[in-house]
Design a protein around this ligand. Structure first.
Ligand code: SF4
Length: 622
């Protein structure tokens, strides 16, 4: 099929067998790639016994998928998925970088991984030469060491085996850090030292399978497209549009670091006890002046190059190096912990990257733990001697290391905020769930809803099939701007949606047609294809298990904190109205084709050709 390589790699880590498979054109047409295809593959292979599958057990399947726009639409990305140990549903979790492009140039649209390795290994792909290699020497190594060692090793191997090519450039590598190896639920699948597929907990899944990394180098071309002239013109259009956005190119998402707190009052401050601050010391210009050592750093073919490299130049954290940090990390490893200097923020971000943790979700756990300490629910003894005061970067760093290595209190916090809160509530006989800011086991991104001035709607996190993921939020109307259905397109066609800002939605569909030759209108996308993917994700989320299940009546809701009034700032006193949430939730259910209990209705599922999903949902219908 045009726009696709046509082959997928199927790898059993248990038996070390590797084979090439194809997927029917009809399936690719309906589910596109990335997140959509992941939902289809996981449902077909695991749907019948979904509730019994342990996400960290060998039965889980881990997917690394591209989409038809990967490598064509400027800015490279890859979608990672599987049964999520956070939500027990599935998350389409994307990571920037060249991995997906190298994979497509090797002749594959994706990798489907089964089982569990007997010893630590990594997968090496050079076109059709694919093998599992020993990874004992990098198991336990941090991100920088892992990338350095594997890059050198793979380049030497490539040069030895394929001398006709001379020196090889570095392969694209996806890897886990120590946190993933230790099955910490907030562990990421990472790339390029600092890029991460964070939501979903797939670093823990990779660790549970004994897979340290996948290294890919492709020497072939990208797949054949339907209309190469049109593809080139569209690439130019995307680039021209991006070049006009000076602010985005100069600052990236980091520009929001001060604005979202001071102007829209929607940034997490001290575990969301507030969402407003006026800390000018934390503005993006301070990052530019004090820590950025490289600006305009980008991923494959990207005209925006929104990334930066930041390094602490003086003081106790001198030498700490990471990217940006972007807005989300400025918030979650900054304001959310009462930290308001670029140096502390870079230091913590670098540590999180090195250990292979998700900055958003680990920052969420840290804020939660600090609030328990503030309230006297956690004592210094509970925290293994750490005094977890707001604004103490060293104390937070000490706790981060404990989480990554599951030491002491870190073992409990390594389960993520929600699961840890359930255990702490039981142990302390205090309801600490009131301090947890998450949805469906997934920490809420750094955009609050109480002021009503940021982009998420009051039901965005409550109704999303990806819980707290701020890149895939629910909104009304279902086909309107901000709808989760567009997030599904981005993650299924697999490209960086930052490069589509300011472009008419139609351009993305024109691009899809120029690459695949397939006509797809936004209307068709919303009324059938995206809706089908949404239903599959919803079904798997509700089936859940084995450790937790979600009841829409209780869990399709905002965290309790979002119903507290904002304590300060221009929107002081504003909060979320529960009655309004209920009203919009009912409307959302109706538009999505779900019954009053939030379960996809038989008739709608059958219309979409999902009879087997309908049958399976009988297991949870009353
Ligand atoms: S816009 Fe930023 S995140 Fe997106 S591809 Fe470009 S550099 Fe990467």
């Amino acid at each position: 099929m045009l726009g696709y390589s046509g082959k997928f790699l199927e790898v059993s880590l248990s038996t070390e067998s590797i084979q090439e498979i194809t997927i029917d054109d009809d399936v690719l047409r309906d589910y596109v790639g990335g997140r959509g295809l992941a939902a289809k593959i996981l449902w077909d292979k695991l749907g019948a016994k979904w509730e019994t599958i342990d996400p960290l057990g060998p039965e889980n399947i881990l997917l690394f998928l591209t989409g038809p726009l990967t490598g064509f639409f400027p800015g490279g990305r890859t979608c990672v998925s599987g049964k999520s140990p956070q939500s027990n549903g599935i998350v389409g979790s994307t990571v920037g970088g060249e991995f997906g492009v190298e994979l497509r140039c090797s002749g594959y649209d994706g990798i489907i991984l089964y089982g569990k390795a007997k010893r630590p290994c990594y997968l090496f792909v050079k076109d059709s030469d694919v093998e599992l290699r020993d990874a004992s020497h990098v198991w336990g190594k941090d991100a920088k060491q892992t990338v350095k060692i594997l890059t050198k090793e793979c380049r030497e191997l490539l040069k030895r085996r394929f001398p006709q090519y001379g020196e090889f450039k570095e392969p694209a590598i996806l890897y886990i850090g120590p946190a993933g190896e230790n099955k910490v639920l907030t562990a990421v699948v990472a790339a390029k030292w600092t890029h991460a597929a964070g939501y979903g907990g797939y670093g823990a899944v990779m660790g549970s399978k004994g897979l340290k990394a996948i290294a890919v180098k492709g020497t072939g071309p990208l797949p054949q497209v339907a209309d190469i002239g049109k593809v080139k013109r569209l690439i130019q259009k995307v680039c021209d549009n991006a070049y006009e956005d000076e602010l985005w190119r100069r600052w990236g998402t980091g520009a929001a670091g001060y604005e979202v707190g001071a102007k829209t009052s929607s940034e997490p401050v001290r575990n969301w006890q507030d969402e407003w601050h006026d800390e000018r010391s934390f503005g993006v210009d301070k990052f530019e002046d004090r820590v950025w050592i490289k600006q305009f750093w980008g991923d494959f073919g990207c005209p925006t190059c929104c990334l930066k490299i930041a390094m602490v130049k003086t003081g106790q954290f001198k030498g700490a190096i990471t990217d940006n940090p972007d807005y989300e990390l400025q918030a979650y490893l900054g304001t959310n912990l009462g930290l308001f200097t670029p140096e502390e923020n870079v230091f913590l971000s670098a540590l999180i990257d090195d250990l292979g943790l998700c900055g958003i979700q680990t920052g969420n756990v840290l804020g939660f733990a600090a609030e328990l300490f503030q309230r006297g629910i956690f004592t210094k003894e509970d925290l293994d001697g750490i005094e977890l005061n707001w604004g103490d970067a060293n104390a937070f760093a000490a706790l981060v290391r404990k989480i990554a290595f599951r030491e002491g209190i870190g073992d409990m916090l390594a389960q993520g905020t929600y699961r840890a809160a359930l255990k702490i509530s039981e142990a302390k006989k205090v309801d600490v769930l009131q301090y947890v800011v998450q949805s469906k086991g997934i920490s809420i991104g750094a955009h609050g809803i109480r002021s009503g001035k940021d982009y998420p709607h009051i039901i965005s996190y409550a109704c999303s099939v990806q819980g707290g993921d701020h890149t895939s939020t629910a909104a009304l109307p279902l086909n309107g701007p901000g709808s989760e259905l567009w997030g599904i397109f981005n993650d299924s066609a697999v490209y960086c949606f930052f490069n589509s800002f300011g472009l008419k939605r139609k351009v993305r569909f024109d691009f899809y047609k120029a690459v695949t030759g397939l006509e797809l209108t936004p209307e068709e996308w919303c009324s059938s294809k995206a809706l089908r993917i949404l239903q599959l994700q919803r079904a798997m989320l509700l089936l859940g298990g084995p450790d937790l299940k979600w009841n829409p009546k209780i869990h399709d809701d905002n965290p309790p904190r979002f119903y507290e009034p904002l304590p300060s700032g221009p929107y002081k006193g504003k909060t979320t109205q529960k009655a309004m949430v209920q009203k919009y939730k009912r409307r959302y259910y109706k538009e999505a084709g779900w019954d009053k209990n939030g379960i996809p209705e038989s008739e709608n599922l059958r219309k979409l050709g999902l009879e087997d999903v309908d049958k399976a949902l009988k297991r949870i219908r009353q």
